[in-house]
Design a protein around this ligand. Structure first.
Ligand SMILES: NC(=O)c1ccc[n+]([C@@H]2O[C@H](COP(=O)([O-])OP(=O)(O)OC[C@H]3O[C@@H](n4cnc5c(N)ncnc54)[C@H](OP(=O)(O)O)[C@@H]3O)[C@@H](O)[C@H]2O)c1
Length: 232
């Protein structure tokens, strides 16, 4: 059974992706810091017939990352790593001129260092299977939105790390993908007090990711909006 490890699957895009990949027949390993929310996500997947191992913890914690690796070893194979867990950083979004250095450092820990470190740990399992790494990034990595300098700089670093990883690991697929604006807790934190109910639900972009993964498209940068299957 194809096995995928998805970080940050207790809510938002990660939870929707986990449910979608379970429907595609993937066995899953998922994480998130909120154990109760993670358990609820896992129960929903199991109720729909999915196979899921939930391990609560913080991706910035090396001990937690080691536990994720042990779970992948116990599964006997790993075909896909989705580095989805992310943080917005400071909210309301400060200009770079005012960005607190500790909050900047924390955003880089979650959005850049942790996914690279987790990938390093899991490459020995992914390589024999010709597996794939999917890093969730953002348009803020490439556009100069005011207030988005901390988050955007971290996502830009993740994008370039993905780009280099793709060159260094030609036997794998490495994708870095902008999901587009989604109605999630993170998006609400970016726009505190604003009505974001007009934003698409995270489930809406799952078919784009399923296409990327199932068709094993070439390594590179993708936008979910461009991957959506045509509506007939
Ligand atoms: N929403 C958007 O409009 C949008 C647009 C572009 C890109 N993105 C990207 O899409 C990805 C998912 O975002 P989202 O909107 O779904 O965010 P979200 O609703 O805030 O969910 C983030 C998920 O990551 C987990 N997480 C956060 N920090 C973690 C940590 N240190 N260790 C382990 N898990 C952690 C959270 O669970 P816990 O809190 O339980 O740990 C949660 O499951 C992110 O990489 C984000 O940057 C989102």
């Amino acid at each position: 059974m194809n096995t995928a490890l998805i970080t940050g699957a207790s809510r938002g895009l990660g939870r929707a992706l986990a449910a979608g990949l379970a429907r595609e027949g993937f066995a899953l390993i998922i994480d998130g810091r909120d154990a109760a929310a993670l358990d609820a996500a896992a129960q929903q997947i199991r109720a729909a017939g999915g196979d899921v191992t939930a391990i609560s913890g913080d991706v910035t914690d090396p001990g937690h990352r080691a536990a994720l690796r042990r779970a992948a070893e116990a599964a006997g194979r790993l075909d896909l790593l989705v580095n989805n867990a992310g943080t917005l950083g400071a909210s309301p979004l400060p200009a770079l001129a005012d960005y607190p250095a500790d909050e900047l450092r924390a955003a880089f820990e979650v959005n850049v260092i942790a996914p690279i470190a987790l990938t390093q740990l899991l490459l020995p399992l992914l390589r024999p299977r010709g597996g794939a790494v999917l890093n969730i990034t953002s348009d803020a990595a490439v556009e100069a939105y005011t207030g988005w300098g901390g988050y955007g700089a971290a996502k830009a670093a993740l994008e370039q790390a993905s780009n280099v990883l793709a060159a260094e690991e030609p036997g794998l697929r490495v994708w870095w993908t902008d999901p587009g604006d989604l109605r999630t807790d993170m998006h609400q934190r970016a726009f505190p007090g604003q009505d974001i109910s007009d934003q698409p639900r995270p489930e809406s972009v799952v078919p784009a990711f399923v296409r990327l993964i199932s068709q094993r498209l070439p390594s590179g940068r993708y936008r979910a909006a461009h991957l959506m299957p045509a509506v007939s």
